[in-house]
Ligand binder design. Structure first.
Ligand code: NDP
Length: 314
């Protein structure tokens, strides 16, 4: 089946749905391809308490359902499926869904495919997701006030997350696989000076344990250390901070990406190097990666697409 639209939105997190609300209301009759996990990363988040307007907080899945309903109320057409190919070589741009089950021809495109937190790959990580395991301290740290948590990773994100958590938790371990941190000197100094943070260098996580919720982690020090050993630590929270991967495999060679794979945009706008193709949310934002900042960028992308269409039709 072939669809035509003035604006195609690829991806369905807070950026995509916000773009859907704005472009629908602007009369662009947008189509969204929502992907296999509608709502993106917020679907795996528990409570969201830092999105303004939700005085008592809101569950991530509920927030995404509401964003979706709001966009549909204004006319957003949603197709469930995976975009398996795109052609940005000439307008109208083309997106192929599910290997050719349908195609969408679009005068403009907003890419909002998000990013995925990297996990260690332990079986137990998925088991305790939302039950002690998290990849976002800003989202979930509040639930670990006066508790013991660990942050995995030694980069700037891990340091930031450890410092943020140290403001809430009673004890923060950093589990670092090398004998040094990768983070900037300034961040290294800040974590080392924080009395609540203990850095476990040369240490890897073997597994997690607990009855229904997380109770601890099994660790192993590197064989090169003086006394290599396996041991357990009691934990209430286990935060992954080993980097994010932008969901841009589909766009490699078709749109300009930075060295980490994020879509390059002409900040403060959302334009990519292809006229009429815009990017919003985590897929184009390695820095902020918050629901509210993604939603704001979705709004900007919608306004940018609207202006682009207005001028390209003149
Ligand atoms: P980084 O890639 O910089 O760091 C990832 C960390 O996770 C490294 O310590 C790495 O270890 C570790 N790691 C990766 N895979 C594993 C694994 N399988 N097991 C255990 N540890 C693992 O990612 P960040 O998200 O920290 O930062 C991304 C970029 O964003 C960087 O350029 C950073 O400087 C920037 N940033 C800047 C901030 C700021 O300026 N305020 C804040 C946050 C990020 P190893 O060192 O051994 O590879």
């Amino acid at each position: 089946m072939e669809f035509r639209t003035k604006c195609l939105i690829i991806g369905s997190g807070p950026a995509g749905y916000t773009a859907g609300i704005y472009t629908s209301r602007a009369g662009l009759a947008p189509i969204m391809i929502e992907g296999p996990q509608p709502g993106g990363q917020l679907i795996t988040t528990t409570e969201i308490e830092n999105f303004p307007g939700f005085v008592d907080g809101v569950k991530g899945p509920k927030m995404m359902e509401d964003f979706r309903s709001q966009a549909e109320r204004f006319g957003l057409q949603i197709i469930t499926g995976m975009v398996t190919d795109v052609d940005f070589s000439s307008r109208p741009y083309k997106a192929v869904v599910d290997g050719g089950a349908s195609t969408v021809l679009a005068e403009s495109v907003i890419i909002s495919t998000g990013a995925s937190a990297k996990y260690l790959g332990l079986d137990d990580e998925q088991k305790y997701l939302g039950m002690g395991v998290s990849a976002c301290a800003t989202c979930d740290g509040f639930f670990f006030r006066n508790r013991t948590v660990a942050v995995v990773g030694g980069g700037d994100t891990a340091c930031e997350e450890a410092l943020y958590l140290a403001g809430l938790a009673s004890k923060v371990y950093m589990i670092v696989r090398k004998d040094h941190l990768r983070a900037s000197q300034y961040m290294q100094r800040r974590v080392m000076e924080n009395p609540k943070i203990e850095i476990l260098f040369d240490t890897v996580t073997l597994g997690l344990f607990g009855q229904d919720v997380l109770e601890g982690a099994r660790l192993r020090t590197s064989p090169s250390t003086a006394l290599p050993k396996e041991y357990e630590i009691a934990l209430d929270g286990f935060f992954l901070a080993i980097g994010h991967k932008p969901n841009t495999d589909l766009f490699k060679g078709k749109i300009e990406l930075d060295e980490a794979g994020y879509i390059k945009t002409a900040s403060p706008g959302t334009a990519t190097n292809i006229p009429g193709v815009f990017a919003a949310g985590d897929v184009a934002d390695p820095t902020y990666q918050q629901a509210i900042s993604a939603a704001g960028m979705g709004c900007r992308a919608a306004l940018d697409a609207e202006r682009f269409l207005m001028f390209s039709e003149e």
